[in-house]
Design a binder for this molecule. Structure first.
Ligand SMILES: Cc1cc2nc3c(=O)[nH]c(=O)nc-3n(C[C@H](O)[C@H](O)[C@H](O)COP(=O)(O)OP(=O)(O)OC[C@H]3O[C@@H](n4cnc5c(N)ncnc54)[C@H](O)[C@@H]3O)c2cc1C
Length: 560
């Protein structure tokens, strides 16, 4: 929407607004839209990136966005327990730098998470964040376009700004994936089942506005400084500054502004406004194994070169149908029952892809993932030109925690992102259980017989010393080819005052300072058991109502 209109209000910037929102991503965009519903309030949204690039309008071009102009192009630090199969033991860590944030780069999967995730947030000392409380906000932003039954109508929303629909195109072999699940005794379910910014005169959006500091007066956030077209500018907030710069940007900006672990700030010569030790800690992300490869019979999936065929392009351009209507990514998810603890709170999420890393001649997938050239050449290259599938997985609630810290006090320098995957030994144990499920799924008759799925049983370079498919081999495989699912969260976690590492309270207000809230994926105390875009939107929706309530503005009834 924004891409088609000029919202850039830099020429009419006011010196002061009621609310200044930093970051126009999944959560910040929602906030700007909802708060500007109150006509008396002046809202400013500052976004470091520009308008989304043209390729972002074609879902099938999703992979081309990574490492492009709309990506911050972050990398992780070198890892000791993971990334052995990636160049220099580090990986690209994409984050959207454009209006829309990561929602512009993402693969558009709509997964809310498990109801137990939110009940657990509440049990962790965050009243008002249980499943029953947040469900209404998931429904509020939805415009569900799938099949409406009595059941789906009860847990989906209608008429909201975000359309949710079934994929318009999928491969034949994805039927095999669903059938293989049935053969293992599972059901096909809607994962949401519990069991736009309009142009408004009071909303100013400034693009290419990189916020460099939140300004405090006596521990109250009163405004922000930002760089725009080579000039340093400042703007002030009468009511609140709201930080929605995402799970990497938000802790970085807090620390640059003097809010964070005092010793770390002093080390970088930053005057301490408030010692908040949890800022940048508790980095939760879902470690994601790129997928065991299988070859399948021709005609079951698609050939990468078909994407550029005149028919595919014509189908998309003229009719909005065909291969390009969906991202080139995962085609189906499965949640195996957990073998440990609550069986209905899955440990892993299984991902089904209708291609292998070898499919695209090493041009895109291995590049955006950061796979070492020798691993591609020795393991994936002989899959070139063959139709295939991959079955991967991610760990839903890892126990390992990473960090986001400052590399320097320079706001234009990328922070240090230490994912720290597999630091906690329980994570590897759970991951290996998930890998065994993935192997079992791929060997079910629905794939093996109907689609002639053949496991690519070549040993992975670096793991040849282990007995094939032994636990040790699987561990080595996981440490080599597990990267990110792009779900960082938790770095400004919400928690009770008794938790010294809580950064915000249940109203998302920053502890030890005033006039400042954090509203984005960084507030999740524990990452949800699924993809994180819709929970981030939900956080934006819920925060908007909390802010309106605090300032005596009317809250629209939800109707559910
Ligand atoms: C490649 C990729 C694929 C993904 N696929 C899916 C998927 O299919 N389904 C799903 O549910 N989730 C997916 N995700 C995750 C999901 O998109 C994110 O969890 C979600 O968008 C996070 O929202 P947010 O509001 O917390 O942050 P963001 O959307 O990252 O927004 C933060 C915004 O703040 C801006 N910003 C940062 N620092 C500053 C600053 N100093 N000054 C001004 N502006 C600043 C950024 O440019 C950005 O626009 C994916 C993510 C990626 C990267």
């Amino acid at each position: 929407e924004v891409g088609e209109n000029t919202y850039d209000a830099s020429s009419k910037l006011l010196p002061q607004y009621d609310f200044v929102i930093i970051g126009g991503g999944s959560a910040g965009g929602v906030l700007a839209s909802r708060l500007s519903e109150i006509g008396d309030w002046q809202i400013l949204l500052l976004e470091a990136g520009g308008t989304p690039p043209p390729e972002s309008y074609v879902p099938g071009f999703n992979q081309l966005l990574i490492l492009g102009d709309a990506d911050w192009k972050f990398y992780t630090t070198k890892q000791k327990n993971s990334f052995n199969g990636f160049t220099d033991n580090r990986i690209p860590y994409p984050r959207g730098k454009t209006i829309g944030g990561c929602s512009v780069l993402n693969s558009m999967f709509y997964v809310r998470g498990n109801r137990r995730d939110f009940d657990n947030w509440e049990a962790m000392g965050n009243p008002g964040w249980g499943y029953r409380d947040v469900l209404r906000y998931f429904k509020k932003f939805e415009d569900y376009r799938g099949k409406v039954t009595k059941e789906t109508a009860s847990f989906h929303g209608f008429g909201g700004p975000q359309t949710i629909e079934n994929k318009r195109w999928r491969t034949k072999v994805s039927d095999g994936f669903l059938k293989a699940g049935k053969q293992l005794g599972y059901r096909i379910v809607d994962p949401s089942d519990p069991d736009q910014i309009a142009s408004r005169p009071n909303l100013h959006v400034v693009l290419n506005a990189h916020v460099t500091q939140i300004v405090f007066e006596n521990k109250r956030a009163v405004g922000v400084r930002f760089q725009h077209r080579g000039k340093s500018k400042a703007v002030f907030a009468k009511r609140e500054v709201i930080l929605s710069a995402g799970a990497i940007g938000s802790p970085q900006l807090l620390m640059l502004s003097g809010v964070g672990p005092a010793n770390h700030l002093r080390y970088h010569g930053i005057p301490v406004v408030a010692d908040v030790p949890g800022v940048g800690q508790n980095l939760n992300d879902h470690p994601y194994m790129t997928g065991f490869p299988w070859t399948i019979k021709n005609g079951s999936s698609f050939h990468i070169l078909d994407i550029a065929s005149p028919k595919t392009i014509q189908d998309y351009v003229h009719y909005r149908t065909g291969r390009l209507t969906t991202s080139i990514s995962i085609e189906g998810y499965a949640w195996p029952m957990s073998e440990v603890g609550d069986p209905y709170w899955p440990e892993v999420q299984i991902a089904f892809l209708p291609f292998t890393v070898g499919d695209d001649y090493g041009l895109i997938t291995s590049h955006v993932l950061g796979i070492k050239n020798e691993v591609y050449q020795q393991y994936f290259r002989n899959l070139v030109g063959m139709e295939g599938i991959s079955i991967g997985l991610f760990l839903c609630r890892p126990k390992s925690r990473g960090t986001v810290t400052l590399n320097s006090a320079d706001p234009f320098e990328a922070p240090l992102i230490d994912t720290n995957y597999f630091d906690h030994p329980d994570d590897m144990v759970a991951f290996i259980r998930g890998m065994r499920f993935a192997l079992k799924l791929g060997s079910m008759p629905a794939l093996k017989e109907d689609f002639e799925a053949r496991f690519h049983d070549q040993p992975l370079p670096g793991c040849t010393h282990e007995w094939p498919l032994s636990d040790k081999y699987l561990e080595c495989y996981a440490r080599s080819l597990t990267g990110t699912t792009y779900h960082p969260s938790g770095t400004c976690k919400m928690g009770p005052a008794s938790d010294p590492y809580s950064v915000v309270d249940e109203y998302l207000k920053l502890r030890h300072v005033s006039g400042l809230r954090v509203v984005d994926a960084s507030i999740m105390p524990l990452v949800t058991s699924g993809n994180t875009n819709s929970p981030s939107i939900m956080i934006g929706e819920k925060a908007s109502d909390m802010i309106k309530q605090d300032w005596g503005a009317p809250i629209m009834p939800l109707g559910y």
